[in-house]
Design a binder for this molecule. Structure first.
Ligand code: GLN
Length: 538
């Protein structure tokens, strides 16, 4: 097993995750099998209990792990399926160490950060790496060098190098090279400081990836190599890219993969680079022939990262159709304050209501859905957006005026959406929803079947509520088609309206499985329908 550790310096938000995923993609293009481990130094056990408005979306893995959004980037760039063990947090590590201590596994010992916590970290990294069967394991150490919280992790990574041998671990350090003054000089000092902070913990970087607005001046590269004691061929320039999907090519042009392959002695296993599919995809992202406008009606509209996988899924679907999907985040609450959905949403070619929790904005979302249904605007409902579409249908087509989800109105006389039976007794909040991938039976002759082209699909979930089985016969009689059901036959997974150009919702999150080369079918269908609507209007 070979390890590539990616650390960050100077400041956060440098795109360490994208750098690491891009390196992974380049190695994959060389025929190597790559996996990834993301280290998040926060004390939460997982990202599931964090507010997406502050932290960005919670990415759901197939095994039900609720992870940081970077795991999504790894899955998309590497086209792999990761699991909860690929995300290590301080919470997970300490919880395991404390449980071991209580079981008496360290009996007689004083339990300390070094060696007990760092050994737990190393064991977790090795376990995730080895169980994947990969050639290379990328490890992204979240946070910035010098943070109190990341200290035990960096110490564990230093120990890992000693344990598995220098030849098997490469350290890549991402920094910022800012431009100062009127002459526009690229300044190397922040990188120098960051590298010395890393050295102080015992880690010598093998490669520097320097973020900057413009490509690094060759002289600046030379200076960095000399002052930071890094091979000149391993000082890499990472200027601002037009799209994140361009980063692998930017790194490839500077020989990043070749350098790392040689450093880790992978020459025998590596093949010539094949970036064809990736380049084809990037081409389409950069040179769209059409544009459609989509409204995403939700609650967390201030932070695009709160719906990162949705944005990505639109990009993947758009690329397939040479279409740029212009997404506008529309605040649902305005429709509760009197704004008319037709006025606000009239100019969009499609509407999406994403996953969500709680009552805030729910009535506004229902109004938006009613507009989509009645004005025949293509609609995709995801999880909460699916549940609310069922409520909307019950209210306005079946005439059950107070139909609601018990999540929004616990006292509703018509709980069309109700808590899952197994959720009734659940008290703890962390990791207790219905989570992860499960199989769905798709009914033949439906829109869902045409889109997926398969009778059994697998999608990822994250919810506590479901369509109340008591209302299903009435909903179906009134024209709502449940075209996807859980293989247990009880849980409704997909609903659609045959009389509508495109109206479909899923109890799951299709965005988590969307890939550049394999867009999620429900997104592809929506963009296709949006394009049709746009052509008709033009
Ligand atoms: N709040 C809803 C539930 O718990 C929907 C969840 C979601 O959209 N992810 O069932």
């Amino acid at each position: 097993m070979k390890y590539i550790v990616v650390t960050g310096g100077v400041l956060s938000g440098l795109g360490k995750g994208i750098t690491a995923s891009s390196i992974g993609r380049l190695l994959k293009a060389r025929g190597l099998k790559v996996t990834a481990v993301k280290i998040d130094p926060y004390v939460n056990c997982d990202a599931g209990t964090m507010n997406p408005f502050e932290h960005g979306e919670v990415f759901v893995l197939d095994d039900g792990g609720e992870a940081d959004l970077d795991l999504g980037n790894y899955e998309r760039f590497l086209d792999v399926e990761l699991g909860r063990d690929n995300n290590i947090t301080t919470g997970k590590v300490y919880r395991a160490v404390i449980e071991k201590e209580r079981r008496g596994e360290y009996l007689g010992k004083t339990v300390q950060i070094v060696p007990h916590v760092t050994t737990e970290i190393r064991d977790r990294i090795k376990r995730a790496a080895n169980s994947s069967g990969a050639d290379v394991c990328l490890i992204e150490a979240g946070g910035t060098v010098g943070d109190i919280e990341s200290m035990p992790f960096l110490e564990a990574l230093r120990q890992l190098r000693r344990e598995v041998g220098e030849a098997n671990v490469a350290f890549v350090h991402c920094t910022l090279v800012p431009v100062m003054g009127t002459v526009g000089e690229q300044k190397t000092k922040p990188t120098q400081h960051s590298v010395s902070a890393l050295r102080a913990i015992g880690i010598d970087p093998d490669m520097l990836v320097c973020r900057s607005e413009e490509p690094l001046d060759p002289k600046v590269k030379e200076k960095l190599a000399l002052f930071c004691d890094v091979d000149p061929g391993a000082v890499i320039s990472a200027p601002d890219a037009r799209t994140i999907y361009e980063v692998p090519q930017l790194l490839e042009a500077q020989g990043v993969a070749d350098w790392l392959i040689e450093r880790l002695g992978l020459q025998q296993r590596a093949k010539p680079a094949d970036l064809q599919a990736w380049t084809r995809y990037t081409e389409r992202i950069l040179n769209p022939r059409h544009t459609v406008h989509v409204a995403v009606v939700g609650k967390y509209t201030q932070l695009a990262d709160a719906y990162l996988s949705i944005s990505e899924a639109f990009r993947h679907a758009g690329a397939e159709l040479w279409t740029r999907v212009e997404v506008t985040w529309v605040d649902a609450e305005q429709f509760e304050r009197g704004a008319k959905p037709a006025d606000v949403l009239g100019k969009y070619h499609a509407i999406l209501v994403p996953g969500g929790f709680g009552s805030r904005g729910a009535e506004g979302k229902i109004k938006a859905i009613q507009h989509a249904r009645e004005a025949k605007v293509p609609y995709l409902g995801i999880c909460f957006g699916f549940q609310l579409a069922v409520c909307e249908y019950a209210r306005h087509v079946l005439g059950i005026g107070k139909a609601n989800s018990t999540e929004i109105d616990p006292g509703t006389p018509d709980p069309v959406i109700d808590i899952l039976p197994e959720q009734r007794s659940v008290q703890e909040k962390g990791g207790t929803m219905r989570l992860g991938g499960s199989p769905i039976l798709v009914k033949e002759g439906t829109l869902a079947h045409r889109l997926y082209g398969e009778a059994v699909i697998r999608e990822r979930h994250r919810h506590r509520y479901e369509v109340n089985p008591e209302y299903i016969p009435r909903l179906e009689k009134a024209g709502l088609v449940f075209s996807g059901k859980h293989t247990n036959g009880v849980l409704m997974e997909i609903a659609e309206l045959p009389e509508h150009p495109y109206f479909i919702g899923g109890q799951f999150h299709p965005e988590f499985k969307s890939r550049p080369e394999r867009p999620a079918p429900l997104f592809l269908g929506l963009v296709e329908a949006a394009l049709k609507r746009q052509t008709k209007a033009a």
